[in-house]
Design a protein around this ligand. Structure first.
Ligand code: MN
Length: 478
């Protein structure tokens, strides 16, 4: 995907100045080539008609993930109103300037008229604010790596938004009986985020499983061997997981879906709950949510689309160590090996829930480092995205009898306050654990879609959070 760079100017200063504005804009765009996604210089905008035309083109160009605007000179904002009112793509207002410093001898009124983003970008900022347009503003010199990083943070959100708008999620079976937080308004999710969430019969999945050939299974098992350690005596169970994985992926490809859910309560005709199968599919970029959790499945897929080489997994807060102030996260089976600290092992163990055969699964410890736990809930009439900063640590003990992948982390602002904040916000027990996504990207993503965002970080307190949620009730009850 590409981003379009549009420079604001006007005819007031003459042809020579406009030529210089265009040339300088191209130099700036070239300087931004270290951003994660390509930026293309499109236009120096001088008229209302040009702006309306370029916005319409951006809206309908599937490869355009967003626009970046910058006013090299003054660019009167009334000529931007009609165009920006039509804008349907994410918008970054880059407040930069071609030259880093003010020269001494060379500065005269011509210089000032050419290099006046301090002036022009204020007019541009006003119209963004006046239009209540969702936008991200980044100020800084364009050669500064920190500025390029921040542009990248926004680009990731915009790419995730484009992915979200066409995301299809397959549900094999319904929500786990009686569970509340995994429920939600699918029509609202499609209206706000574009997600198409639909159900597909487990019986049809079983039919596709039955048609998987030995040769297909052989190929996938040799891929498992290249990535994971395994015990040859477990081959039957491992091959059965390969059969499930191949069949699930065939249906996802047929539907055009990038995420799916299943539930241990509906495995009609299946011998094992998909474990290794779902783990390996996640590592290939598919989103997954257990027990019918389509919201976490979708969110996992989006974060994987933002960071294709990144580390993100479906996760569940499982049990606490109050003494060490840590959360142990895991699931019955389905944790993505992209977050593994070391090479995972395939193991076969009994699974007490669901009454099926012993499933093969990947077992490993999650990596250390800063991460974010994200949860999307249906807050009644609106979606709420909750993002908590956490510190993942190496588990302080081996837990040799725990037969699943696991991660351990401490939430911000502190263990207990972090737990209180999470519960006050209504965050689910299911999350996406991402080692890549910064707060700025989460913020930009929520802003693009106009959904409620609750951030829990080192500055959070339960008292402040309660006030913010009350404000949210006012804002989103409109
Ligand atoms: Mn669960």
């Amino acid at each position: 995907m590409k981003f379009w760079f549009i420079t604001g100017s006007q005819f007031l200063y003459g042809e020579e100045t406009l030529k210089q504005v265009e040339a300088n804009s191209k130099v700036i765009v070239k300087g931004l080539k270290k951003a994660p996604f390509p930026i293309k210089y499109k236009l120096t905008a001088k008229t209302e008609a040009e702006i309306e035309k370029i916005v319409k083109e951006a809206n309908y160009d599937d490869d355009c993930a967003g626009i970046i605007t910058f006013c090299h000179t003054f660019s009167p904002s009334k000529m931007w109103i009609n165009g920006l009112a039509l804008l349907q793509k994410p918008w970054l207002h880059l407040h930069t300037q071609f030259n880093e410093s003010i020269p001494n001898e060379e500065i005269d009124m011509d210089y000032m008229n050419l290099h006046q983003s301090a002036h022009g970008d204020r007019e541009h900022g006003f119209i963004g604010a006046r239009l209540r347009a969702p936008r991200t503003v980044v100020a800084g010199y364009w050669k500064d790596p920190a500025v390029i990083e921040r542009i990248g943070n926004w680009q990731r959100a915009a790419v995730g938004a484009a992915f979200s708008r066409s995301l299809k999620i397959v549900r094999f079976g319904d929500n786990m009986r009686e569970v509340a937080v995994t429920e939600g308004d699918k029509v609202e999710a499609q209206l706000k985020l574009g997600w198409q969430v639909n159900t597909w019969a487990v019986g049809d999945l079983v039919k596709v499983m039955d048609a998987v050939t030995d040769a297909e299974i052989d190929a996938l098992v040799s891929e498992y061997r290249s990535l994971y350690d395994l015990d040859e005596k477990d081959m039957d169970s491992i091959r059965y997981q390969a059969r499930e994985e191949i069949a699930i992926e065939k249906i996802l490809v047929r539907v055009g879906a990038k995420a799916y859910t299943n539930t241990f309560e509906d495995l009609h005709g299946m011998k094992q709950l998909p474990g290794l199968a779902s783990q390996h599919l996640m590592s290939k970029g598919y989103g997954f949510g257990a027990e019918g959790d389509w919201k976490t499945a979708g969110l996992t897929a989006i974060i994987k689309a933002m960071y294709p080489e990144g580390r993100a997994s479906f996760m569940e807060d499982y049990t606490y160590d109050y003494k060490h102030e840590l959360i142990l996260g895991a699931h019955m089976l389905e944790v993505c090996p992209s977050i593994a600290a070391d090479r995972p092992r395939i193991e076969v163990h009994h699974l007490g829930i669901g009454g099926k055969e012993d499933p093969a699964r990947l077992v490993f410890e999650g990596a250390e480092g800063k991460a974010t736990a994200l949860s999307m809930i249906d807050a009644g009439g609106r979606l709420r995205l909750i993002a908590q900063s956490v510190e993942c640590v190496k588990p302080f003990q081996d837990m040799p009898n725990l037969p699943v992948a696991r991660a351990m982390w401490r939430p911000e602002p502190s263990f207990l306050k972090g737990l209180e904040c999470w519960l006050i916000a209504g965050g689910a027990h299911h999350t996406v654990l991402s080692y890549d996504i910064p707060a700025e990207t989460v913020r930009a993503f929520a802003k693009i879609f106009g959904i409620e965002l609750v951030e829990i970080n080192s500055e959070s307190t339960p008292e402040k959070l309660e006030r913010d949620l009350m404000l949210g009730d006012l804002i989103y009850s409109r």
